[in-house]
Design a protein around this ligand. Structure first.
Ligand code: MOS
Length: 746
């Protein structure tokens, strides 16, 4: 872990609040006269409701209303798209179906809400929901991607198709050594501990207070303004804390809109908390994806060509796309590269981005194939990557803003003990266990989105920093505290960061590993504006440091002083008092300059693992993990390390345990609970070493910080698969690597 005075490894500023119950999550809010609702899901995957009997539910104790497609209050904005993907208003191709919750008897996916039952307590709503009866006209649900893959459609949105050619599309065929391999990622679900939901309170005929589980309060505000044709200013959204997001809160879901509509109808605040089962169908998932990699290299280990094709599922009613094949376009120096991306509309609820969206799926295929090719060539996998290392982005023909991947390979290799690895698979045995080592590269766009912030320096020396951004868990408040501390020298315990509320300066949705870069830059700039004001006051004629230049001065611990002559100093509080200032208040917007277009901005990671595989039981244990991040300057070392550790735990799940299984006869999940959908527990996760290259990116933002939330996961599953091959000689190309797959191929 990085340890220096500039970026102190401070504790999570809200950590104590979180573990002592002081942090209030959306469902913790209770309002006078509040009602509760429960959603009833369809029992078929495709067809329509033939009859619906809600009488018993309506007559159950405490019930305030049962809302179905027969009596849902109208939602004025339902002519326009409700919610919509979080990435902007790009034109969308016409889909096969339209999904408007509780507006039609048509069923488009298993578990689709058919009734929303409102009662005066959660328990009574749950009981009444159990009394709703439906009969259906059933059609066969199309949920099996493999079966319907031939019907893949090219997503029609410009720039998102993923189809790309550099050199010749099948140039790999010209190489003396070639391979073709197929890789499968199952459906994975985010399953954060905190369940999804919303509390909607109409505070007036046209004004709304919302407590939601959203990764972006401004995005929810916009979506609701659109749905209810309200001025966004009249919608107040609060999400200060989230018990994990991983992408499931990157959009406003239809059931949220329904709750808002019903709350207006019944004239009471209304709360929805979905069930764990509903987390599998109502808040998105990582799409089931099949991929093919064709690769050719010469005998010296130079890549000649790569062709990467991916096909993923989406819903019948919305074309969800992600950047699954992007890494292949720019990761390695390779003259012939082609990628192809297709989606297939199935009778399933729509996917959404999940940590490392697209790239985590693509990296598993590409980095497995790189390992397969290295083995074919008899070259060490790190050496193979170094022989194809590129210092500039071959996709866009421009430099990277920063890239220190060589150093990452080297540091990770040392830390895992790569020299202990034997190139011959299955050659290391310790007791009952086969031991293997694997590695993989990861990468993700380093974004800098537009954001605003406000900072207020008070005469008592305390500082308040404000941004509407939510914290889905990485420690945003902590990182922003460190950034403000570094500019203004205010002790971290005198800094209060207020966030997660639309009353605060506008911020992008927390996602895409972009928040330190985006909101951090805004905080940096408003704090710099405060610093400039202090320097002006001190150095102006008659000021205590008159005649001094700004760059001679340092701000620390509430004192402004001449760095080379520290006796020349003034307390910030005195400076403000003598100028009759009780507060210095600065606001501003921040975004990257035009210069950034000349660079490709990516974060990089390298994951190394040691695994032990029991050849009798097929059990795989990750016994050592080292993750190295080249994500620019590390702003908050302690929370950054936590991010990496969380990514590894998620990566172990992706590699070894996580799979949402559908019974295609019914189009229904059969393991939609945390007993059967396996996420790693402590016993599955070894001690994890995190290493930061910690070199500032000179282009992206004033802190030099690139994102790191996604790269903590991206590539990890490939490292495990590669290690399993090294341990056993068995190449598993379908995640998760469960014992049955290892035993099947023994
Ligand atoms: Mo993340 S998938 O950008 O929440």
């Amino acid at each position: 872990m990085t340890n220096d005075t500039k970026n102190p490894p401070i504790d999570r500023v809200d950590g104590r609040m979180k573990v002592t119950g002081g942090a209030r999550y959306f469902a913790d809010f209770e309002l006078p006269n509040m009602a509760y609702c429960v959603l009833v899901g369809s029992e078929i995957g495709r067809g329509s409701i033939a009859s619906l009997d809600t009488r018993r539910a309506q007559n159950a104790p405490g019930v305030l209303g049962v809302f179905t497609h027969q009596n849902m209050p109208p939602i004025p904005g339902w002519d326009a798209p409700v919610g919509g993907e979080a990435d902007g208003p790009a034109p969308k191709p016409k889909t096969e179906e339209t999904y408007r919750i509780l507006s039609s008897p048509k069923i488009l996916f298993d578990g689709q809400p058919i009734a929303l039952v409102v009662a005066d307590s959660y328990e009574r709503a749950t009981h009444a929901a159990s009394l709703v009866r439906a009969t259906y006209t059933r059609q066969a649900a199309r949920t099996d991607l493999r079966k319907h893959v031939a019907e893949g459609i090219a997503p029609g949105r410009p720039g998102r198709s993923g189809d790309y050619v550099r050199g010749k599309a099948d140039g790999y065929k010209e190489a003396p050594v070639t391979l073709e391999a197929h890789y499968t990622i199952p459906t994975e679900v985010h399953n954060p501990m905190e369940l999804h939901g919303i509390l909607a309170h109409w505070t007036g005929p046209d004004s709304l207070m919302i407590y939601a589980k959203t990764q972006g309060v401004n995005a929810t505000q916009q979506a609701m303004a659109q749905a209810f044709k309200l001025d966004p200013k009249n919608i107040h959204v609060h999400t200060e804390f989230m018990g994990g997001g991983f992408g499931m809160g990157l959009r406003t879901w239809p059931q949220e809109t329904a709750v808002v509509a019903v709350a207006r109808k019944i004239g009471r605040p209304l709360k929805l908390v979905v069930t764990r089962q509903q987390m599998f169908t109502l808040v998105g998932h990582r799409p089931y994806t099949v991929q093919t990699i064709q690769m050719g290299a010469d005998r010296d280990g130079k890549l000649v060509g790569i062709a990467h094709a991916a096909t993923a599922e989406t819903a019948s009613y919305e074309d969800f796309t992600e950047a699954t094949v992007n890494m292949t376009k720019f990761m390695y120096a390779c003259p012939h590269v082609s990628t192809r991306y297709r989606i297939v509309r199935l009778d399933r609820s729509v996917p959404i981005w999940m940590r490392g969206p697209g790239e985590a799926t693509g990296a598993f295929a590409l980095e497995s194939a790189m390992d397969e090719m290295a083995y074919k060539l008899g070259i060490d996998p790190i050496d193979f990557r170094l022989r194809n290392y590129t210092e500039t982005d071959p996709e866009h023909n421009r430099p990277y803003s920063s890239k220190h991947l060589r150093e990452a390979y080297q540091k990770g290799a040392e830390a895992i003990g790569w020299t202990d690895r034997k190139p011959q698979p299955g050659s290391v045995r310790q007791g009952d266990w086969l031991v293997g080592y694997g590695m993989s590269t990861g990468t993700f766009n380093a974004f800098r989105w537009e954001a605003s912030a406000r900072a207020l320096l008070n005469a008592d020396g305390s500082l308040t920093v404000q941004s509407a951004v939510t914290d889905i868990g990485p420690g945003t408040g902590t990182a922003l505290t460190v950034i403000a501390h570094n500019v203004l020298g205010v002790p971290v315990n005198r800094i209060k960061v207020a966030y997660g509320d639309t009353s605060l300066p506008k911020a992008p949705t927390q996602g895409g590993s972009a928040i330190v870069s985006a909101v951090g830059s805004a905080v940096f700039e408003v704090c710099t504006a405060i610093r400039n004001t202090l320097v002006e006051l001190a150095t102006k004629a008659g000021g205590p440091l008159a005649g001094r230049k700004a760059d001679e001065l340092t701000l620390a611990d509430g004192q402004l002083f001449v760095e080379k002559d520290p006796a020349k100093r003034v307390a910030v509080s005195d400076l403000m008092r003598t100028n009759n200032l009780t507060v210095i208040d600065k606001s501003g917007d921040s975004k990257g300059g035009p210069n950034q277009a000349k660079y490709s901005m990516y974060s990089f990671s390298v994951h190394f693992v040691q695994v032990r595989v029991n050849p009798l039981t097929g059990v795989v244990r990750v016994t050592k993990a080292v993750s190295v991040a080249d994500s620019g300057r590390i702003v908050s070392p302690k929370t950054a390390a936590s991010q990496m550790i969380g990514g590894v735990a998620g990566g172990i799940g992706m590699a070894l345990t996580e799979e949402a299984v559908i019974d295609h006869r019914f189009g229904r999940f059969v393991n939609n609970n945390l007993g059967d959908y396996h996420v790693p527990v402590h016993a599955d996760v070894p001690a994890i070493e995190t290493i930061f290259i910690d070199k500032p990116d000179p282009i992206i933002n004033p802190m030099g910080a690139k994102g790191m939330g996604e790269i903590a996961l991206i590539g990890f599953a490939g490292a495990v698969a590669n290690a399993v091959f090294n341990a056993t000689g068995q190449r598993i190309r379908e995640l998760p690597i469960t014992p049955d797959k290892l035993l099947r191929t023994t």
